[in-house]
Design a protein around this ligand. Structure first.
Ligand code: PMP
Length: 439
C-alpha cells in the first residue's frame, strides 16, 4: 500500500533524501537518453542526469572502457605515471582552447574550482577573486563562496577575498540596457569599475562560466568574453573559465569559449569529460602557470587525482566525441530541432517570458506575466522546490520527460547522443506540460 511504499522509499533514499525532495524516483536502469524507475516508468532524460551524462547512460564504448581498465589496474597513487592518465590528458589537451595543454586531474567540478583558485593565487601572488552573480561553482568552501546564487547563503561567510560582479543578462539587465550590445558594453564597464575599486594589483583572477549553466543558460553577447579577456590582460589578472557544465559539447563546441575564440588562463572541467561513469574533473593550465611550478611541487595532493578508471573512460569518451563529431551534432540539433520548437512554445504559452540557449542547452524562463517579467517563483535558498514549479515539473514527468529546473526555469539539457525523434518527442511533452504554468 501507499504508506509502506513511502516508508520503503525513505529507506531507499537513506542516508539522506534532502537532495531529492521533488518527486524522487528510484532509478533502476537506463540506456542512451532514457532511464527507468522501479515502477517500470521510463523517462526521457532532458537533464542528462545532473547535466553530466553527455554521452547518455550505459554507452557501450564507455562501459567497455571501464571493464577493460578494471581488469588491468583499478587504482594507483597519484604520484605514479600511468598510460591511461597520460592518454586522457593528451586527448583532452588536443581539444582544449589555445595553448592550454597541461591537465591537473581532480575528482569533480568543485575540486577543480578550488584548485583553479589556489593556482591563480599562487601564480599571481594576489588574493582577490572576482566571481559572477548568477553562477554556480560547487559545494566546497571556496567554490560555494564564488557561487553567485542563494545556495551560498548557508555557507556564509565563506572564504575571504571573493567579490561578486554582474555579468550580462539582457532579459533581467542589471544595467537597464535595451540591446545586447548595450548590455555587453555596460557589463564590461561595470566589471572594470569593480576591478578598479577592489585594487587591480590585488585581483588574482576573474572566475566565470562562459555560458552560465545552472543559473539560467545565459549565453553572453558577442564580444563580452573577449572584453573580459582584454580587461584581464590590461590589469594582469588571470581568467578562469569554469566549463564544468558547458565543456565537452554541451553548447555545440568542445568548450564554450571556443564559440568566441577566447582562451582563458585556467579552465575547469568535470561532468562531460567522461559523462560521470567514474567521477573525474580537472583544471587545464596555461604554459605560463604550469611552468611556474617547474622547480617546486604544487601543494595540491589528491589521492584520486588521475584515477585510472576515470581516466580510461575519459580517454574513450574523447574518442567517441571525435568519431561521432559530438559537438557539431549538438550544435546542429540545437539549431534545427530545439530552437524552432522553443520558438513555438514561447509563442503558445503566456507563462513563457523568454527562451534562450545554444547547442543542446536551453532555458525556458517562466513568469507570472510577460510585461512585469516577474519570476513564476522568486529566488530562494532551496531551488526549485517552490510552487508552482513543483506542478510544472510534475506535469513534465507525467508526460515522460525529466528536465532540469532551477528557480523559475525549466532547463533542457538532453544527452548529446539523443536522436532527433526523441528530442522532438520530449519537446512536445514539455509544450503540453507548460499548460500548468499558464493557469
Ligand atoms: N562548476 C559548475 C559550472 C557546475 O555546474 C558545477 C556542478 N553543477 C560545479 C562547478 C561543481 O561540480 P561538482 O558537482 O562535480 O563538484
Amino acid at each position: 500500500d501507499r504508506t509502506s511504499r513511502e516508508i520503503d522509499r525513505r529507506h531507499v533514499f537513506y542516508p539522506w533524501a534532502a537532495q531529492a525532495r521533488i518527486e524522487p524516483v528510484v532509478v533502476t536502469g537506463g540506456a542512451g537518453a532514457r532511464f527507468t524507475d522501479d515502477t517500470g516508468t521510463s523517462y526521457l532524460d532532458f537533464a542528462s542526469q545532473l547535466v553530466h551524462a553527455n554521452l547518455g547512460l550505459q554507452h557501450p564504448r564507455l562501459v567497455a572502457a571501464v571493464h577493460r581498465q578494471a581488469d588491468r589496474l583499478c587504482t594507483v597513487s597519484p604520484n605514479h605515471a600511468t598510460d591511461v592518465k597520460a592518454e586522457a590528458a593528451r586527448l583532452i589537451a588536443a581539444h582544449a582552447p589555445g595553448d592550454l595543454d597541461t591537465v591537473f586531474f581532480t575528482t569533480g567540478g568543485a575540486e577543480a574550482v578550488e584548485n583553479a583558485i589556489r593556482l591563480a593565487r599562487l601564480h599571481s601572488g594576489r588574493h582577490k577573486i572576482l566571481a559572477a552573480y548568477r553562477s554556480y561553482h560547487g559545494a566546497t568552501a571556496g567554490a560555494v563562496t564564488a557561487t553567485g546564487e542563494p545556495r551560498r547563503w548557508a555557507s556564509e561567510p565563506g572564504i575571504p577575498g571573493v567579490v561578486h560582479f554582474f555579468g550580462p543578462y539582457l532579459y533581467r539587465s542589471a544595467f537597464h540596457a535595451a540591446t545586447e550590445a548595450q548590455e555587453r558594453d555596460r557589463a564590461l564597464e561595470h566589471l572594470e569599475q569593480v576591478i578598479c575599486f577592489e585594487g587591480p594589483d590585488q585581483v588574482a583572477a576573474i572566475l566565470l562560466e562562459p555560458v552560465v549553466g545552472t543559473n539560467g543558460v545565459l549565453v553572453p553577447p558577442d564580444g563580452y568574453l573577449a572584453g573580459v579577456r582584454e580587461l584581464c590582460d590590461r590589469y594582469g589578472i588571470l581568467l578562469i573559465a569554469d566549463e564544468v557544465m558547458v565543456g565537452f559539447g554541451r553548447v555545440g563546441e568542445w568548450f564554450a569559449v571556443d564559440a568566441w575564440n577566447v582562451v582563458p588562463d585556467l579552465l575547469t572541467f568535470a561532468k562531460g569529460v567522461n559523462s560521470g561513469y567514474v567521477p573525474l574533473g580537472g583544471v587545464l593550465l596555461s604554459p605560463a602557470i604550469a611552468g611556474s611550478f617547474a622547480d617546486h611541487a604544487y601543494p595540491g595532493g589528491l589521492t584520486y587525482s588521475g584515477h585510472p578508471l576515470a581516466c580510461a573512460v575519459a580517454a574513450e569518451s574523447v574518442r567517441v566525441f571525435e568519431d561521432d563529431d559530438i559537438p557539431a551534432r549538438a550544435r546542429q540539433l540545437g539549431e534545427t530541432v530545439v530552437a524552432p520548437a522553443l520558438a513555438k512554445i514561447a509563442a503558445a504559452h503566456p507563462s513563457v517570458g523568454e527562451v534562450r540557449g545554444r547547442g543542446l542547452f536551453w532555458a525556458i524562463e517562466l513568469v507570472t506575466d510577460r510585461d512585469s517579467r516577474r519570476m513564476l517563483v522568486p529566488y530562494n535558498a532551496s531551488g526549485p522546490a517552490a510552487e508552482p514549479m513543483v506542478r510544472v515539473l510534475a506535469a513534465c514527468k507525467r508526460r515522460g520527460v525529466w528536465p532540469f529546473t532551477h528557480f523559475n526555469r525549466v532547463q533542457l539539457a538532453p544527452p548529446l547522443i539523443i536522436d532527433e525523434s526523441d528530442l522532438a518527442e520530449g519537446l512536445a511533452a514539455v509544450d503540453e506540460a507548460l499548460a500548468v504554468a499558464d493557469e
